[in-house]
Design a protein around this ligand. Structure first.
Ligand code: BGP
Length: 492
């Protein structure tokens, strides 16, 4: 029971949570840069200013707390607020050290996102910013030294804020050609250096947090549907561009996926599961399947949603569907119509599943989630798959001697890696790779905290921005190195 020799083992990060370098190299402001830190029970906020009156304020992110932007305000960085993305864990100034650590673990791949506003600071600039392009050149060259294949997300909660202010974000079709231009710039510049790209991180987050996912300050069924549609068309144009520029490039979809269970065997609970799955799989059906499924067209009809579309949109979606499907999966979700009988739960994961343990943030860990997810997605799309996020957030404690004993993380990963190993060996799933989320500690997207750590490497930084940013290997670092060296056979 091994993994294939060419299996892409590695780790994943995102610029908005890891890169920092907020004001370096001519970078513009992106949506994450105006989001404050929250906590498990305290939602993050988006700060804004009224340019006429100078009045400032803040609102929810739409994820946990609703977004309410008063008339005339624009999202902005405000004096006196703390924004975790601005320094994050400072990959910008530590990339050589970090990539060396990845090399030491034996990584075959490293998922990172390009900060769109580093390349096009306002989103719609005539020319790309050379300093931004040069930064990623250096990063990819460093990866090459260690034989690490980059996997690049073009947009991971990093829409340039200029696109929000000028166009209202992704609800506006104006974003489509701007994204295409950005994608083309990356494909041409990094030809021969980067083979794998993803377009939009967790594209289905458009349904929950359209500011993070689409730079939108409105959240109605109509704007969310339009935002998703525009991203589907933009993704198709990116696939088309990549294949024209270099047929070697593969462009994948990135979906947030979790198996969903019914809490009871009441058929009404099964229907609820089906509806929850449709809410996610719709995004896969369009971007990877190449078509709008009937259930969503009917849903749009019922809700009175009418898409602003061009006749060629559907041809593009059909002819340039994603080359592969990547997804994040941290656990499973449990749904019921018997709300009163079931315990509390978590926004994303539904109600509490009594068979599963949860971490301090209420995320249920599920030893079988990956095998179930891989089978469902392969049966439906018949395209290669890639797990690009999986892992467990924990408030790790460093011992006096600098060690971090994260046995809970090793236990979680043992079960999850065994589950995907089964999917490969028992079910014949073509799985391209696995990138553990947050391989080097970084800021949490959901809460903005540092203490929700995922890494094999500890970074000295706290929730309010103190710390030396020093990197230290956790116990899981040595464990993962052994796993990779044994092609996933030795999980002990
Ligand atoms: C996914 C995001 C990541 C990452 C991860 C963990 O939704 O793509 O950006 O952050 O979840 O979530 P969190 O950071 O909220 O713990």
């Amino acid at each position: 029971m091994k993994f294939p020799k060419d299996f892409l083992w590695g780790g994943a990060t995102a610029a908005n949570q890891y890169e920092g370098g907020f004001a370096d190299g001519g970078k513009g402001v992106n949506t994450s840069d105006v989001m404050t830190a929250g906590a498990h029970t305290v939602p993050r906020r988006i700060t804004y200013i009224n340019p006429k009156t100078g009045e400032t304020g803040s609102t929810g992110t739409g994820f946990g707390a609703p977004m309410e932007f008063p008339e005339g305000v624009i999202p902005a960085v405000i004096e006196g607020e703390y924004y975790p993305s601005h320094t994050a864990t400072d990959f910008y100034h530590h990339f050589k050290e970090d990539i060396a650590l990845m090399g030491e673990m034996g990584f075959k791949t490293f998922r990172l996102s390009m900060n769109w506003a580093r390349i096009f600071p306002n989103g719609d600039d005539a020319e790309p910013c050379e300093a931004g392009l040069a930064f990623y050149d250096e990063v990819f060259d460093e990866c090459k030294k260690y034989g690490i294949e980059p996997l690049v997300t073009l947009s991971h909660y990093e829409t340039p804020i200029g696109l929000t202010i000028k166009y209202g974000g992704w609800k506006n079709r104006a974003c489509i050609p701007l994204f295409e231009k950005y994608a083309r710039t990356a494909f041409a510049r990094y030809k021969g250096k980067v083979k794998y790209y993803l377009t939009f991180n967790e594209i289905n987050m458009m349904s929950f947090c359209p500011f993070m996912a689409g730079g939108m300050t409105e959240s109605t069924p109509q704007t969310r549907a339009q935002g998703a549609h525009n991203q589907f068309v933009a993704s198709a144009l990116a696939v088309k561009a990549a294949h024209e520029i270099d047929p070697e490039i593969k462009v994948g979809q990135m979906l947030a996926y979790q198996p969903t269970y019914a809490y009871t065997c009441d058929p009404a609970d099964q229907l609820k599961v089906m509806e929850a799955q449709h809410g996610t799989l719709f995004y896969g059906d369009v971007q990877t399947g190449g078509y709008y499924p009937n259930y969503i067209l009917k849903e749009y009809e019922r809700q009175g949603i009418v898409l602003e579309e061009c006749p060629e949109d559907y041809e593009l979606i059909k002819n340039y569907s994603a080359d592969f499907l990547s997804f994040s999966c941290y656990g499973s979700s449990c749904q019921t119509t018997h709300q009163g009988e079931a315990g509390e739960g978590n926004l994303m994961m539904g109600i509490k599943n009594p068979y599963l343990e949860t971490n301090a943030w209420g995320w249920a860990t599920d030893p079988h989630c990956l095998r179930l997810a891989l089978n469902t997605l392969y049966d439906r799309y018949r395209k290669p798959l890639w797990i690009v996020e999986n892992g467990i957030g924990w408030d790790d404690k460093m011992e006096e001697d600098g060690s971090v004993h994260d046995d809970y993380r090793i236990k979680y990963l043992q079960a999850n890696i065994a589950s995907m190993r089964d999917a490969i060996n028992l079910d014949g799933i073509p799985l391209m790779g696995y990138t553990m989320w947050g391989c080097i500690d970084l800021v949490s997207a959901g809460t903005g905290e540092m203490k929700k750590r995922y890494g094999f490497v500890y970074v000295d930084r706290d929730d309010v921005g103190n710390g030396t940013l020093k990197r230290s290997r956790k116990d899981s670092f040595y464990w993962y190195k052994k796993v990779i060296a044994s092609d996933g056979e030795d999980l002990t």
